[in-house]
Design a binder for this molecule. Structure first.
Ligand code: UD1
Length: 419
């Protein structure tokens, strides 16, 4: 297992390139099995999660060729035979459950191990299952499996009790070839959903309104192969924005879409960071006297829960009191106890964290408890006095392409080592 060692205190400078989005590419890989033709994903991020979902698909006889030199993924699902995927891999990554909708749509039945994922909350799948049932599938859960089958899926009106990203995507994939029209109301509005719809439409689907709270899916008879480049990763961009802020540095970030970063830009600006957008690039200047801020995570376009840990790390270094409220996941403050080992002053009260900024964080051995918590600890290490070792870095590798190389390119004193 790897760890990352950071010697803090260096200012960052220069430019960094953002990869395409993990949360776009995973549902897109799942969706590519809908047609049986070949699909190509260009500029794909070479991430652990991408390798895991590819391995899950290989267990059901999908051929996947990942070329890490050209960042191209070729998916050929013409030979899928098995209508069951039971694997430790499915338990390892919650996004594996995204193949369920596509498989029911194409084959009318599928049986899958119940998903696992980051340890940030209970993360049920009831909304996904309600959606499949509304489309006419018979769904059962038992013995660690979910099973769904339907002679024919029929479009319906589906209201989501909560705008779940995964449920919106899974239902969209299940509905693309259903008979008639499906409407998803209170759908998640994340940009990655719009990107998935763009991919599906280029396969021949008829989806209108993705990216808004109401999505209409008019069923089509069949889909064909396509080629697609996913959108930039707004969370990776936000993480590098926070790296500039926490080290009070000025850097340029290439590969951003301002529209997708609005809540992060708003909050960092409120804290006193200076941000200038130039097309698909941003110059971010954190070399300022920063102010404490309050943050509440919300479904998009609210402040993303996936940026909460990183901003918490930043606010540990900003004098004054900041309050963070997490409304999406119930167990997403695991970074707090690790940050305390670095001298942070954080008190957790239910779904809120009260942070008092300290003069300096101090290097320590800390553990990445989940993906974004791990990234946040690396950021804290950049600002801390002395050496920080972040262990269990495999969590970070799930969602960041070469995080230490990108930070080193900006001048950070950082390296990867074996544990
Ligand atoms: C996706 C993202 C993840 C991000 C999250 C919230 C991917 C691969 N992952 O995860 O990075 O943190 O959105 O922005 O895109 N819920 C239910 N029942 C369900 C489904 C969800 O109660 O059937 C609840 C969850 O427990 C959670 C909330 O809804 O409290 C949000 O989950 P959801 O939007 O589904 O997140 P994911 O799709 O798992």
């Amino acid at each position: 297992m790897d760890k990352i060692i950071v010697r803090g205190g260096k200012r960052l400078e220069g430019e960094v390139n953002i990869s395409t989005a993990k949360n776009s590419v995973l549902p897109i890989i799942a969706a590519s099995i809908l047609s049986g033709d070949k699909c190509i994903i260009e500029s794909a991020p070479m991430l652990e999660d991408v390798f895991v979902i590819s391995d899950v698909l290989r267990t059901i006889s999908t051929e996947i060729d990942i070329d890490s030199k050209t960042n191209r993924i070729l998916i050929d699902s013409s030979n899928i035979k098995d209508c069951e995927a039971s694997s430790e891999l499915v338990k390892k990554m919650r996004a594996s459950f995204l193949i369920m909708g596509a498989m029911i749509s194409r084959f009318g039945k599928f049986r899958l191990s119940l998903p696992g994922g980051c340890n940030i909350g209970t993360r049920p799948i009831d909304l996904h299952l309600k959606g499949f049932s509304a489309l006419g599938a018979e769904v059962s859960v038992g013995h660690g499996y979910v099973e769904a089958q339907a002679k024919k899926l029929i479009g319906n009106k589906i209201y989501l009790d909560f705008p779940s990203v995964g449920a919106t995507e899974n239902i969209m994939m299940a509905a693309v070839m259903a008979e008639g029209e499906t409407t998803i109301e209170n759908a998640a509005e994340e940009p990655e959903i719009e990107d998935l719809a763009k991919f599906l439409n280029s396969m021949g689907a008829n989806i209108i309104g993705a990216g808004s709270g109401t999505i209409h899916i008019i069923g089509v008879k069949n889909l064909k192969g396509t080629t697609h480049k996913p959108i930039y990763d707004r969370i990776e961009a936000g993480t590098f924005m926070t790296a500039a802020a926490i080290t009070r540095s000025k850097i340029k970030i290439n590969g951003i879409d301002e529209r997708h970063l609005k809540p992060v830009i708003a909050k960092l600006t409120e804290a006193g960071v200076n941000i200038k957008i130039e097309g698909n690039s941003m110059v971010i200047d954190g070399d300022r006297d920063l102010k404490p801020i309050d943050i509440k995570t919300m479904p998009y376009p609210g402040f993303p829960t996936d940026m909460q840990s990183q901003l918490s790390g930043l606010l540990c270094t900003v004098h004054g009191t900041s309050i963070i409220t997490e409304t999406i996941f119930e167990n997403r403050f695991m970074h707090a106890s690790e940050m305390k080992r670095m001298g942070a002053n954080i008190k957790i009260d239910g779904r809120s964290a009260v942070i008092e900024g300290v003069d300096r964080l101090t290097g320590a051995e800390v553990r990445a408890t989940d993906l974004r918590a791990g990234a946040a600890l690396v950021l804290c290490g950049l600002a801390a006095e002395g050496e920080t070792e972040v262990t269990d870095i495999y969590h970070v590798d799930r969602g960041y392409v070469n995080i230490e190389k990108k930070l080193k390119g900006l001048g950070a004193d950082i390296e990867r080592a074996k544990m």
